[in-house]
Unconditional design. Structure first.
Lengths: 320, 116
């Protein structure tokens, strides 16, 4: 399990959320969140006997065969049984393995992974990243474990919510505060937008004016992508109060050399990959400022950068 | 522009030989914005617009959802991964692809009346 935890100190566990939680999870979670890593692998020159011991030791039912970073094949427990049956357990993996291996990508959603299991009927898939490197192995059991773990986490959040809701009934307005706090990893373009997605959802449930909702979501999204593109990693905290959204983005460096320059539209220090993906337009910070009612940025070279934004909320005007 | 419930595409989208990648039921597109820069789209595209781009990765969906973009048209025959399409379905964003270049598509969409 290596999910970036999107923790909420007080989730708004309305009825709609309870109904769709399992469905939402299989779409939200990726293969990389569920897979076993690092993969237990063997060399093509290893004997099936060695691989059998490896399976026993790690309680696994399939071993990818790898030379350097290249995935060559896979030996499954079925291959071992056949070898024992036919007396060639001392043969090498090279001689017995399936050479055409069906793999799965680490960025696939779990719903897609389930479909692949149904399609091929295999017990496991080697998992490759976008650079074709073997990064893990995924079994149906891994998917079940991952979902159970996530459900447990959400259940805990729901309990926290119930407790807070009880406090709210005692007439405390503060209980309406929802805090979304999540770490953001450098280069993790696939996870960009998770925090702003949750923010949009809460604001929609609260019938906030769509224009204000969009502005708050843009600030959160730009804050997320800034950390992913430009920093060594950091954290975003979004506090949603009845009257405003407060977004604080902090990172661990390297800091912004010239803030005035960074605030100019079109000025960017983004590298080649983010630019190819359409990031690095040099509009992130100006967008955040434009969409905020309060905007502050503090940075020191070599130190951390802290961006603070507030967006004042108003409800949709009711037409009579 | 309203798409028919049987997913028959309106003239403007037929003009660019658009092929739907998601359900297109009930979508309204009022105007269009063209850019491959995500922050530029966040800054200038308006809610309900059709967004034309060559970018096909999943952040396109995040950006479209953040700014309430109604539909995204990928040009040059580009097509996103199945997981990206699934995400768009979840967010209720219509995805289409056209074999035309962005410039050709822009001309034909304008001609078909997709502008203020």
């Amino acid at each position: 399990m290596n999910t970036a935890p999107l923790s909420e100190s007080m989730a708004n566990a309305g009825d709609a959320r309870k109904i769709t939680i399992a469905q939402v999870l299989v779409y939200e979670l990726r293969v990389r969140d569920a897979m076993s890593r690092p993969p237990i692998t063997a060399l093509p020159s290893d004997s099936l006997r060695t691989i059998q011991q490896l399976m026993k030791q790690h309680k696994i039912s399939g071993v990818p065969i790898q030379l350097g970073t290249k995935l060559l094949g896979i030996i499954s427990i079925e291959d071992i049984i056949t070898a024992l049956d036919q007396g060639h357990i001392n043969n090498t993996a090279q001689q017995c393995m399936a050479h055409t291996v069906i793999t799965i990508r680490d960025h696939f959603s779990l719903v897609r992974a389930v479909a692949e299991f149904e399609r091929y009927g295999f017990g496991r898939f080697p998992v490759l990243d976008s650079a074709d490197r073997l990064v893990g192995v995924l079994t149906r059991g891994d998917i079940t474990n991952c979902l159970m773990h996530q459900l447990e986490k959400r259940a805990e959040e729901a309990i926290t919510y119930e407790a807070a809701a009880l406090a709210a009934r005692a007439g405390d307005d503060q209980a309406q505060r929802v805090v979304i706090r999540a770490p953001v990893r450098t280069g993790d373009y696939d996870s960009a937008g998770k925090i702003s997605q949750r923010l949009r959802q809460v604001l929609r449930e609260r019938a906030i004016d769509p224009d204000v909702r969009r502005r708050a979501a843009i600030v959160a999204y730009e804050a997320e992508t800034n950390i992913i593109i430009h920093t060594l990693g950091g954290e975003i905290a979004v506090a949603i109060d009845p009257d405003k959204v407060v977004i604080d983005a902090t990172d661990t460096g390297p800091g912004i050399e010239d803030i005035d320059q960074a605030m100019q539209e079109g000025w960017s220090t983004a590298g080649r990959l983010p630019r190819e993906l359409g990031f690095g337009a040099g509009m992130g910070l100006p967008n955040m400022k434009r969409c905020s009612d309060v905007f502050e940025i503090k940075s020191g070279t070599g130190g951390q950068t802290h961006v603070h934004s507030e967006v004042f909320l108003r409800k949709v005007a009711v037409k009579l | 522009m309203k798409l028919d419930t049987d997913q028959k595409l309106p003239a403007a989208l037929l003009a660019v030989q658009a092929r739907p990648l998601t359900n297109t039921e009930g979508v309204h597109v009022t105007d269009c914005y063209i850019s491959d820069l995500l922050s530029d789209v966040l800054a200038r595209a308006k809610p309900g617009m059709l967004w034309v781009t060559v970018q096909i990765h999943r952040n396109v969906i995040s950006v479209a959802a953040t700014n309430d973009i109604a539909a995204v048209l990928f040009t040059c025959g580009r097509q996103p991964d199945a997981s990206v399409i699934a995400e768009a379905e979840t967010e209720g964003i219509v995805l289409l692809t056209t074999p035309l270049t962005t410039y050709e598509a822009a001309g034909k969409l304008w001609q078909a009346g997709i502008h203020d």
